[in-house]
Structures are given as C-alpha cells and as structure tokens.
Design a protein around this ligand. Structure first.
Ligand SMILES: Cc1cc2nc3c(=O)[nH]c(=O)nc-3n(C[C@H](O)[C@H](O)[C@H](O)COP(=O)(O)O)c2cc1C
Length: 181
C-alpha cells in the first residue's frame, strides 16, 4: 500500500463487528504514535486504551453522555482510547518564554493520526471523537485532575464499507510562493 492508499483507506467508522481487537495490534498503533513528531520532542501524550469489556461499557457511556448528544455509537465499540495531554518539557531556550506548550494540540493530533493510520493498515477502523464527558471519563480512568483528555477514539473492525472521501478541492487548499484566496 502506498501512503496515499493508506490515507485514503483510513476513514471514520462508527459501526463495528464483534471481532476481538488484539492487544498486539493496539500496541503497534501506540508504536506508530510514539514515532510522531512533537515540539522539542516533548511527546506530550499518553494513550489510555480501554479493552476490558466492563470498562469499555462504562467508558462508552461516559463518551456518549456528552453535551452535544452525539457519539452514541461509542457504546458499541470493542475498544476505546482516551488521548491524554501530558506536561511537556520544552528546550531550555524556549521553556519559560511561552506561557504554556502551545504546540501540544498539534503534537497530540499528529500522534493520534499516526495511531489511526497504523490501525487502518492493520484493517482496523477508528473514529476520533472530540465530544465526550471529560469529567466522567477522567474519574473512570483515574486520569489526574491536572491533565486533559484531548480526544477519544473508537477502535474495532468495521461492519460497513469504504466511503468516498468528501474533501475540498486540491487547488483550494494550496498555493505556491504566496497565499492565494
Ligand atoms: C479532532 C476531531 C474530532 C472529531 N470528533 C468527532 C466526534 O465527536 N464524533 C464523530 O462521529 N466524529 C468525529 N470526528 C471525525 C470527523 O467527523 C471526520 O474525521 C471527518 O468527517 C472526515 O471524515 P473521515 O475521517 O471519514 O475521512 C472528529 C475528527 C477530529 C479530527
């Protein structure tokens, strides 16, 4: 598979089969996330993987019970993941000059996408979920009070089929040698 094939294969899936997801495969996804770039190589992420059936059920409820009223499908995912933002140690030259790690969200996004792309290569489906009940999930997973859960992921084998990607046109998202409206 070329990289573009893999990027095309990855899609947000919201329905899964009952097939068990192997820890070995989940760890490969974490390994891919580990390789993501980050500001000052600070790696400000932790992936809390939930594959215990009873805990998955409770976490699914904590995710679906969000103010936006979406992500009911989280209750049916075989595996859920909470992506937690960890404190970042930046280069001494930079640390103290920036009020906080303003690159953390970018870093977590990169690592999360590495996770999802590796999952896709293994035939697994993912859906990144930005809407969830953070307090409930933090309590359930014993996430320290001073940490934030950045996003959650549903992981499993897809029960649906591949969709055509809906994207802006290529010309609308790039230009050479200067910004073009
Ligand atoms: C930061 C982020 C948050 C998202 N939150 C949700 C969500 O809460 N629920 C959901 O069903 N999809 C969510 N998505 C998935 C997007 O809807 C999806 O990536 C987008 O529509 C493109 O479709 P594709 O991933 O299938 O290519 C989220 C994606 C990202 C990157």
């Amino acid at each position: 598979m070329t990289f573009l094939d893999l990027a095309t294969t990855r899609q947000s899936d919201r329905a899964f089969t009952a097939q068990e997801v192997r820890r070995e495969d989940l760890l490969k996804c974490v390994q891919a996330a580990q390789l993501a770039p980050s500001a000052c190589n600070s790696q400000p992420w932790k992936f809390v993987i939930i594959d215990d059936a009873e805990l998955v059920k409770q976490a699914g409820t904590a995710i679906s019970n969000n103010p936006l009223g979406i992500n009911k499908f989280a209750e049916t995912a075989p595996v859920l993941v909470a992506v937690v933002e960890e404190p970042a140690v930046l280069m001494p030259k930079i640390q103290g000059k920036v009020e906080s790690n303003r690159w953390a969200q970018f870093d977590l996004g990169s690592a999360t996408e590495h996770f999802c792309l590796q999952a896709a290569e293994l035939g697994l489906s993912t859906c990144i979920m930005g809407a969830f009940n953070e307090d409930a999930l933090k309590t359930l997973l014993s996430v320290p009070a001073d940490r934030r859960i950045f996003v959650t992921l549903a992981v499993g084998y897809p029960s649906g089929t591949a969709r055509t990607k809906v994207r802006k046109e290529l010309h609308a998202i790039h230009s050479f040698n200067g910004y073009e409206a």
